[in-house]
Design a protein around this ligand. Sequence first.
Ligand code: PGA
Length: 242
Amino acid sequence: MRKIIIAGNWKMYKTQAQSLEFLQVFKSKIDEAEGNREIVLCVPFTTLGLLSKTLHGGIIRLGAQNIHWEDEGAYTGEISGPMLKEIGVNYVIVGHSERRQYFGESDQTVNMRLRAAQKFGLVPILCVGESKQQRDAGQTEELIINQLKLALPGVDQSRLVIAYEPIWAIGTGETCAASEANRVIKLIRSGLSNPEVPIQYGGSVKPDNIDEIMQQSEIDGALVGGASLDPVSFARIVNYLA
Ligand code: PGA
């Protein structure tokens, strides 16, 4: 059975104090009985150490939002696998469209970051997805297959999560129809050597659409931006009704 993973991507939001306030409310609202759902918080680097101590022994896992491919070196502003591993990070987002768009992330650097994550025992969450222009031009399938082809060489598919995130649905309030997300995710799965890789949907996931998204046969979780910043909304998403 494929694993279900609901991950929050906090992006560049929340100080340490704000993170603790979030947790106080969030922890009181999540349904711990739903043991088959992995909950992950991908938080800014400055908050990872603190949350690692605070969450220790609990059910919430910790994720980072970037990882460099070298173990160490003169790479100002980057962070390495050993640094993340030492503080108890389990997951790392790789190839998010915001990194591809604003920070020059390429398919080649995505591949190097994925392999580095696995080298240090972290599970990468690989983001793929098309822009509005590519969708309108009928290039969605080709683009995604190509992103996977370039990202996955040398990557162990037994320690991988993929997030299908159509760029036009990120932070826009415009969600991809659940059935369409299901169709694209099925296509992604058909291109993998391991059909057990959990594949999430991401892009304007909210309390009012999570149930329908999670009812889709191919969708194994969600990568949630904006709605993961509010503890009540994110708890409702984690407690989705199957
Ligand atoms: P959103 O972001 O939920 O705010 O659309 C999703 C993401 O960027 O991972």
